[in-house]
Write a protein that binds this ligand. Structure first.
Ligand code: MZP
Length: 498
């Protein structure tokens, strides 16, 4: 055997040491744009993200709703592959066909219809909003709109008349066809509207522009209005049925694939990447690996990015069950070093994704500083309204369900298959709850602000600068205690002053 006698490390064992912060190094000047597909030195990557976030290839995390919400914020979801090919392709299609507003003439909706009727229509037509008009036609007087926010309403709201949930309009502006998004936004402010209906030359409703659409669009180069482009979306595949699954996903418009596996250092992955590269014009990532050898092997197969991490996921029990894996920070540092060497030797930059084990927001910044180009997270996204799972009340707390792909509930045996009997023979993941945390956008904004602020402390206004300049220190167990509140009586512990 070969021995690695240095212990493998996790993110919590490291801290960043501040560098000089110059006056122009402010959070507003920090750019989080990042490549996710390989590119030659001096060239642009085919796909990059505006924020280095991807949501995990998991049933309890990444469906079409999560994918559109995250793409609007500048990140990407990889829609889970542990479902039928048709269902997965249909989710991809929903993201690609997603429209900001719904043309009501097709629906004949009346204000006394229930919220459930409207949500069903919205879902069927891949629209974010439904407009309700007086006579149920697109040229009729606009009474109000129903937006995705309504998903947060309790289940008993679903039978109530739709009129209770509509956002009323103060007025309808005509002649808005061909208008640009910034112009639309100016009108919204000027006329004090909740949103602006965009109509065509026949005064038929095309889109509804909200203030938040404008912000999201500014952040996302794949925005819908002005350009007619669709949101970017990824999908997970496996090394078993890829010859049937990949054509269906490509047909549905997927932008990028990733092979979803707990251990990617295998000939099955090599063959799958080669097959996709030879037969389709679609990007593909591979993984997961935890060392230099695994990384180079997948790069040789033609992978556009490589995913790093075994056993660090919050719901993962692979290390306990099989005794394989590596501390996430150690795995990432070794793979990042191999990537830098490969870049120097060949002039080809292969992005790496740090997958799993992110617990605190600063872990994301650390992962980037250690060489990741983007992170993949499950637990983080599972907590939000947009994840596909049920929100429940347990005791006094709201929670959302979150289960691993290797749990009995997901039964994603292809992710763990090592060429034996088909089916899940033992579990490598658990079924759990995570604390409910609200909407994706509000949480993401906070996380991003923290990251930008940390990057300023480190004197960096881009991920590339952070990777080059970061100074990272290992911390002792006792300095971890020093890092939290200590030697004070916390007020929430029940003591109150007289
Ligand atoms: P986390 O962000 O929740 O810590 O980790 C999410 C990652 O855990 C996923 O992207 C995937 O790589 C991994 N995962 C998913 N299911 C399992 C399992 O059942 C798992 N063991 O390890």
């Amino acid at each position: 055997a070969t021995y690695y006698l240095e212990p493998s490390r996790t993110f919590s064992e490291f801290l960043l040491i501040p560098n000089l912060t110059t006056k122009d190094c402010t959070p507003n000047n920090v750019d989080l744009k990042t490549p996710i597909t390989k590119f030659k030195k001096g060239e642009e990557p085919a796909i990059s993200l505006n924020i280095p976030f991807s949501s995990a290839v998991m049933q309890s995390v990444s469906d079409h709703n999560m994918a559109t919400a995250l793409a609007r914020c500048g990140g990407i979801s990889f829609i889970f592959g542990s479902q039928s090919i048709e269902d997965q392709a249909s989710m991809v299609r929903k993201v690609k066909e997603y429209k900001a507003g719904f043309v009501v003439s097709r629906s004949n909706l009346k204000p006394d219809q229930t919220l459930q009727d409207v949500l069903n229509l919205k879902e069927e037509n891949s629209h974010s909003t439904v407009a309700i008009t007086e006579d149920g036609t697109s040229s009729g007087k606009l009474l109000g709109i129903v937006t995705s926010r309504d998903y947060r309403l309790s289940r008993d709201s679903l039978d109530k008349p739709i009129s209770q949930f509509m956002t009323p309009f103060s007025s309808l502006i005509y002649g808005t066809s061909g208008i640009t998004l910034p112009e639309a936004n100016d009108l919204i402010w000027e006329k004090k509207l909740n949103c602006l209906p965009i109509v065509d030359e026949h005064q038929h409703l095309q889109h509804l522009v909200f203030r938040k659409d404008y912000d999201a669009d500014k952040e996302n180069p794949h925005g819908l209005l002005d350009t007619n482009k669709s949101y970017i979306v990824g999908a997970g595949i496996n090394t078993k049925d890829y010859k049937e699954r990949v054509p269906a996903l490509v047909e549905a418009g997927v932008d990028i694939l990733v092979i979803d596996s707990s251990d990617g250092y295998s000939e099955w992955q090599y063959e799958t990447v080669q097959y996709v590269k030879e037969n389709f014009d679609v990007k593909i990532g591979a993984g997961n690996v935890v060392d230099r050898e695994g990384f180079l092997y997948l790069v040789k197969s033609g992978a556009d990015f490589v995913k790093v991490g075994i056993g660090g996921g919050s719901i993962c029990i692979t290390r306990e069950q099989k005794g394989i894996g590596r501390g996430q920070a150690s795995a990432l540092m070794e793979v990042a070093e191999a990537r830098e060497q490969y870049y120097k030797e060949t002039g080809i930059y292969v992005p790496i994704c740090s997958d799993g084990g992110i617990v605190h927001d600063y872990h994301i910044t650390l992962a980037l500083a250690m060489g990741a180009d983007f992170v993949m997270m499950g637990r983080y996204f599972a907590r939000f309204d947009e994840s596909p799972t049920k929100k429940l009340k347990v005791g006094n707390n709201f929670v959302k369900e979150f289960w691993g792909e290797g749990s009995n509930r997901a039964r994603n045996w292809q992710r763990y298959d090592t060429g034996g009997k088909q089916g899940l023979i033992f579990e490598e993941g658990v079924d759990s709850y995570v604390p409910y945390a609200g909407t994706l956008k509000e949480n993401l904004d906070k996380t991003i602000h923290k990251m930008k602020s940390t990057m300023c402390n480190c004197g960096s206004t881009s991920i590339e600068e952070l990777q080059q300049n970061a100074r990272i220190t290992l911390v002792s167990a006792t300095s971890l205690v020093e890092g939290g509140a200590h030697d004070v009586i916390m007020k929430e512990n029940g003591l109150s002053a007289e």
